[in-house]
Design a binder for this molecule. Structure first.
Ligand SMILES: Cc1cc2nc3c(=O)[nH]c(=O)nc-3n(C[C@H](O)[C@H](O)[C@H](O)COP(=O)(O)OP(=O)(O)OC[C@H]3O[C@@H](n4cnc5c(N)ncnc54)[C@H](O)[C@@H]3O)c2cc1C
Length: 398
């Protein structure tokens, strides 16, 4: 059970990292472990399915560096391996006067990030999205939709063809870094490797801690619930309609997206979760909740954002309020047109000072690298993140 590299996580980042390692080191033995019984069991299988272009991210951040190129690579990958995707473009719409300067900043930022964009007036918005009513907008042509589960399945198929082992149903319980190797203890036995890369999403802080890495963040789960538009109202949304995001938060806001399967999803909102992997509404996990409550950073965060949090909670509970929010964009939507669909849970790192970590964030051990914050657009940028991870692990052993 000895390997050159062990990767934890068959989410999109773990699988992409396997592909990149195998590309650079085709003769090395690589094992990918996951506790779930299927691929992409967490974030990678519960997201909006948007291949983001990279408009939102501060120039110079890892997100900005990886998103635009990552978007291009993801589309090329889908083309090459025939994963269905659709380039539909997206409209970011301002519906209140106070959003106009933020929209403008977003436009400038997008240009700095090298994107092709178009400012839209009210009439031009109607040409793209006839049922959307907004004061102004930005059109981002280079945005697509895909099913990231299909991307993960394709990544895994390629890995298997290239003799990379994938073991599902193997929960990592402990990580012990020795001088010459690293022990990875699972509920199915011990595995030994030279190097470990943990891409464990919602459990990433716990695994980094097991490996003895010093941590200044904690993962806080943020539920993102989606509603579904009744199919007889599908004509209301042609592609992707996004709000102007709150610049203080890393979440993009409730949006309308027509998926590759033609289902129109509305969401995700951002609610504090009481269970890291509790997908059902009202899920509660005692250990997860106690850990959050005992975390200093959490209370500092609450002091700053309690109003936003409360607002999100009310919107999620009171359908008429939620509907009003949607009607600000598409006035023709009625209460009977939407119903609860599904939820994803974001593995969001929160630092000791109560700040949501905005960028991708990695922590190193002596023989391990831990991906401790890989929020959106990490699915889009998975192939680029994988290159970055392998560059960093190479620095550890070179
Ligand atoms: C609601 C929502 C909408 C989003 N929309 C988009 C979008 O439109 N576009 C985009 O680019 N990104 C989007 N994202 C972000 C994107 O989904 C994530 O950034 C990406 O999936 C992260 O992948 P990952 O591999 O790091 O983590 P994950 O997919 O969460 O994978 C982590 C894996 O680690 C495994 N694991 C954890 N602990 C252990 C253990 N102890 N032992 C073994 N295995 C373990 C888990 O079982 C899991 O399979 C969205 C996310 C959410 C939640």
């Amino acid at each position: 059970m000895t390997y050159d590299f062990i990767i934890i996580g068959t989410g999109i980042v773990g699988l992409a990292t396997g592909l990149e390692l195998n590309k650079r080191y085709p003769d090395k033995k690589i094992l990918i472990l996951d506790k779930a019984s299927s691929l992409a069991a967490d974030q990678s299988g519960h997201n909006s399915g948007v291949i983001h272009s990279g408009i939102y991210y501060p120039p110079g951040s890892l997100k900005a560096q990886f998103a635009a190129k990552g978007c291009q690579k993801m589309v090329e990958f889908c083309e090459e391996y025939q994963v269905p995707y659709r380039r539909c473009g997206k409209v970011i719409a301002a519906v209140k006067e106070k959003e106009l300067p933020i929209l403008n900043n977003l436009y400038e930022r997008g240009l700095q990030n090298g994107l092709q964009l178009k400012k839209l007036g009210q009439e031009e918005i109607k040409e793209i999205e006839p049922y959307l009513t907004a004061l102004a907008g930005i059109y981002v042509p280079n945005t697509s939709v895909v099913d990231f589960i299909e991307v993960c399945k394709k990544y895994a198929e390629l890995l298997k063809k290239r003799n990379v082992e994938i073991k599902l149903g193997h929960k990592v319980l402990n990580i012990i870094e020795e001088k010459e190797h690293i022990n990875v203890e699972t509920d199915q036995g011990l595995f030994v490797a030279q190097w470990l890369i943990a891409c464990a999403g919602l459990q990433s802080d716990r695994l980094a801690k097991l490996a003895g890495c010093p941590l200044t963040i904690k993962i806080v789960p943020f539920r993102g619930e989606f509603q579904k538009l009744n199919s007889n109202k599908n004509y209301l949304v042609k592609g992707l309609i996004y709000p102007v995001p709150d610049p203080k938060l890393p979440f993009l806001g409730v949006h309308f997206s027509r998926g590759v399967n033609e289902v129109i999803k509305i969401g995700p909102n951002a609610l504090l979760g009481l269970a890291r992997e509790g997908y059902r509404r009202g899920s509660f996990n005692f250990k997860d909740s106690i850990e959050i409550i005992n975390y200093n950073g959490f209370w500092k965060f609450i002091l700053k954002y309690w109003q936003t949090g409360l607002n999100e909670w009310f919107l999620s509970r009171i359908k008429s309020l939620y509907l009003k929010q949607l009607q600000a964009y598409i006035p023709d939507i009625r209460e009977r047109d939407i119903k609860y669909y599904t939820a994803g849970i974001r593995a969001q790192a929160l630092d000791n000072s109560g700040n949501l970590v905005n960028d991708f964030y990695f922590v190193e051990g002596r023989r391990s690298l831990h991906v401790c914050n890989a929020p959106s657009p990490a699915a889009t940028a998975s192939l680029l993140i994988a290159e970055y991870i392998v560059n960093r692990i190479e620095k550890l052993f070179k």
